[in-house]
Each structure stands twice: as structure tokens, then as C-alpha cells.
Design a binder for this molecule. Sequence first.
Ligand code: UDP
Length: 402
Amino acid sequence: MNNKVTIDSYKDIAPAGTIDLIYNLAGRLQGKSFLHVNSTRYGGGVAEMLHRLLPMFNDLGINARWEVMEGTPLFYQTTKNFHNALQGLPSEISSEMYDEYIKVNRKNAKKISFAADFAVIHDPQPAALIYKKPKHVPWLWRCHIDISRPQRKVWNFLKEYVLQYKGTIFSLPSFSQKLSIPQFLMYPSIDPLSDKNRDLTDKEIDDVLSQHNLPRDKPIMLQVSRFDRFKDPLGVIEAYKLVKKYNDCSLVLAGGGAADDPEGIEVLRQVKEEASHDKDIFIFDLPPDANITINALQRAATVIIQKSTKEGFGLTVAEAMWKGKPVIGGAVGGIAVQIIYGRTGYTVNSVEGCAYRARHLLNNPDSLLKMGQDAREYTRHNFLITRHICDYLSLMVYMLGV
Ligand code: UDP
């Protein structure tokens, strides 16, 4: 963590009363241990949040640990196909792949230490570790993806494991499923004091832009995202091309691969090909620790896009809104909750809609500014790490009965 960030550091940032509530709840959980398990330490929103949440729990006297499972190329291909299928895309999963999923979970079960008073297992990859759950320890399965219309076969397979948990956590009510166990709702969050979101000086922003040879002579449209089909980077390029007919601007697509996403390389190749004839399109394939770069790009951009076609919850949307930027986002999943249409941004359903709203914002700097201010306040009240900590602590208090 940069400098020493403690819960008190958020006193002037979080809505009034939040920090007192956190201390109150944490007081009931002193010395308890809290385990998180996922499948990647870097890349994607889950890792992003765990990096920030864990030190906060420890600061509050809760022994928080994070274990990352290890897979094989076939395992990651399998869980990527699970991911696609659960988000509704047709996806082939062979019996060899199902076997690999089980085998890798069993292997990891032998290596990971599960000692904890409470555990949250994130996403489908480690879901099958559930057989290691000690009898009286509550484990919850947290699903970060849009599972509202899953491919039945894959969901039925996974559900066998999910039903063995004490409960589930989904990011939106519409993602909940017919299950006989409790289902909790928790929005993800961003950390306003991380390098990804903290205030930057003008010099810091300028340095990043010049390091990347990104001129500031025209407005910048930006999408920050892993190179993933569900993020629709090719649709963003199409929208930019429509905008460009009328408004001189540049487009930045900044992203990287997550360690558990084998498809990213191919998507990036297509994006580069599509962008190759336009000198105003900048494709940045970023390393996992490019936090200040992303922060600076979000601050330098005029119009921020998140044109996902499926999205559990767009951390990038909250990051942009916190920086006082309205966001144009695909009208899907969490984005539809994060963006209040016409107030904190616009949700769109097509390339044309995206281009239309981008042009509207480029042509109306006053409304861009006002919407950006509202976006920041909305984020303060709903999507900051302090709210997320409150949610987790409340859940622990409830599940442990303390
Ligand atoms: N991110 C990053 N580098 C990249 C692309 C994304 O650090 O190259 C970050 C991004 O800023 C955000 C998170 O990864 O914090 C992505 O979370 P989101 O919920 O938007 O999407 P996910 O990747 O989890 O589907």
C-alpha cells in the first residue's frame, strides 16, 4: 500500500457515520480470521479489490488472508469457457475439461490452508474447493459475473458445489438464482486512496501522457478494460469512427490480460488490426501494475466509455465516476445500476447510441462537468471501499452470530 493507509484515512472521504459504523462492527470481530480464495492475484476486478480490502481488515483487528489457486492451461481454458457460458455465450465444455476442473480443485485443496473463522470463495474457478469446508465454519460463494441467464448445463454442474455453501453473494438482485441457500447482495467497490484513484498532480498526468506519446491537442475518448470480447473493444472503435466524422478526437483503449484469461491475446490482435490505419487510435497493452497510468488516462480523458455487452459490475465505471467523469456504458448488468441515465452518464444499447452520446458530451462541456460532479457524489455514497468493508463486516457479524 502506498504510504500507510488506515481506516481513519477515509474519514473525510466516506459519507458521514461510515467510519464509526466500521469500528463498531469490527469491535465484535476482534481476532477473527477471514479467508478469501480466488484464482488470480493480478488482473481483473476481484484481485483489484482484494489487494485493497485485505490490509483494511487487518488494520481493523481481523486476520484476513488471501489464497490464490493455481491452474493449468486447460483449467484456465475450462474456467474461461465456464465464464462465457455462465454469462450466456454458447461455449463447448468437454468431459475432459470438467475432469480437469475437478482435478485442479482437488490439487489446490491439498495445498491451501483453509484455517479461518469465515471464508469467501470468489467466482467459479475455486468453487469446488467447498468439500474442504470445516463443519461449523461458514463459507460463502461470491459470484462477480453476470449470471442472470446462464447456459443451464454449466450452471447445473456448478450449482452442485454452490449449494454446499452457507450462502452466496451476488453483485445485483437480477443475478440471483433459484437456490435453497441464502443469497446476499453486495456491490463491489473502488478505493479512493489507491494509486488507481488517488488525486494526481497535473505534472503526474502530463508525465504519463508523454511517456505514452499521447498528445493532448484533442479530446480523448477512453475505454480501460481487459481485452475481452464482453468489453466490446471493437464496438468502441466503431463508435469512435462515427464520432470522428464530426468531432476531432482521439481514442485510447487501455488494457491488459488477466493471468486466468487465455482469450485476451486474440482479442488484442483483432483490436490492433482494426486500429492500424488511424494514427489517433492508441492501444496500450499495460502491465498489471499500471495503476497511475490508468488513473492519469481516466483524468485526462474527456469521454469515458465502458461499452460492455455483459458486466457483473464495472469497476472501471466507478473509477471514472470518482474522477468526476460521466460514463457512457453498455446497458447491461451492474453498469445499468452504476449509471443513472442522464444524471451520471448514459447507458447505451448500440454503437450508434454510444457515438451519439459521446458526441453529445463532447459538444456540451457544461453538462459534462455537472454530470461528472454528480457521478463522483453517487460513487462516494455507493461504491467506495468503506461501504464494502461495512457490508463484509455486517455479513461476518451475522454469519458468526457475534
Ligand atoms: N485494469 C487494470 N489494468 C488493465 C485493465 C483493467 O488495472 O489493463 C483494472 C481496472 O482499472 C479495474 C479492473 O482492472 O480496476 C477491472 O475491473 P472491472 O470490474 O471493470 O472488469 P473485470 O476485468 O473484472 O471484468
